[in-house]
Ligand binder design. Sequence first.
Ligand code: ATP
Ligand code: MG
Ligand code: MG
Length: 356
Amino acid sequence: GDDKDGYYKHRVGEVLGGRYQVQHALGKGMFSGVVRAMDVETKKLVAIKIMRNNDALKKGGFTEIAILEKLNESDPDDRRHVVKFERSFEFRGHLCMVFEHLGYNLREILKKYGLNVGITLKATKAYAYQIFVALAHMRKCNIIHADLKPDNILVNENHTVLKICDLGTAIDRSDAATAQTTITPYLVSRFYRAPEVILGIPYDYGVDVWSIGCTLFELYTGKILFTGDSNNQMLKAIMEVRGRITPKLYKRGQLSPQHFDEKGQFVSIERDKILGKTTARTLQIIKPTRDIRTRLAAVSSGLSEAETRDLNNFIDLLDHCLALNPEKRIKPLDALKHPFFSAAKSSHSHSHSARR
Ligand code: ATP
Ligand code: MG
Ligand code: MG
């Protein structure tokens, strides 16, 4: 049966699609519940994404499948770090997608280490490289993922191989229907949302690179880089770290008048949670007060010379991922050639211990 929101309520041991024996829940998102199951034909573990019983969501599911098939077909040797989709079937009105089974998502891995503790720079580097391989592949296939964040990045049991998952809100730019940008200020999960999306500037593949900049910072520090309870407060947080958004940039945005006054000053709209009141105040943001270098230095003490070089390269890469102007943002193929990955080749081995 279903719960009131249309999620399928699975039972342990039941067989879905005549072949997949359910073991336990792996996760739950806005769109689906995901269960681990045993494929009784191959004796292999799979993950089954059971979409909520809802026509609009089901339609989205078919787009997700088309995009997954495109990404998988152009990567027959499974070297591009996108999750493998096996097949789909319908079960009691639910669209079910069968995937290779992976161990954990990066949010769960960070949680395991505890609050404000990230993974080592070495592990961050190994993951970052694989993520950019995936981004380059998606770019080549004209796909914008549009929901990159630690929850949608999976690693296998021994933590070495990483795969991008959840193409549920991805956009195929070579599809005539979605070739053009429409202004959608809620594209991408809020903390990982690029400034051009918030400002209503036509966006492109660069939104994924922004999300990955945020994600890599979070992996290394255990802290979310930008937080805010609204798009307006996201802009404030972004400017505190990255500096002010220039008039040249925000003037291109259809939604900029919601955030900047006629004089070009940022208007911060703050909500008092307890009183439920909203106040608007004009802020003059000139210089960033919480820049990335200072924040990363604060969590990296006692580094060797080689490690300091590595950290500086990491900061430089983040700087290029988090360019406020989407045209200036680094492209995935260039990111793969960044010194962070080429300097000190020996440190490419995988390690996933927590950084203390
Ligand atoms: P969202 O609300 O983020 O849009 P969603 O409903 O689209 O979520 P997914 O993100 O695809 O669903 O999957 C939800 C969760 O299930 C993931 O965050 C992950 O923890 C788990 N999961 C998904 N696919 C797999 C897989 N192949 N192997 C292991 N776990 C998986
Ligand atoms: Mg998800
Ligand atoms: Mg999703």
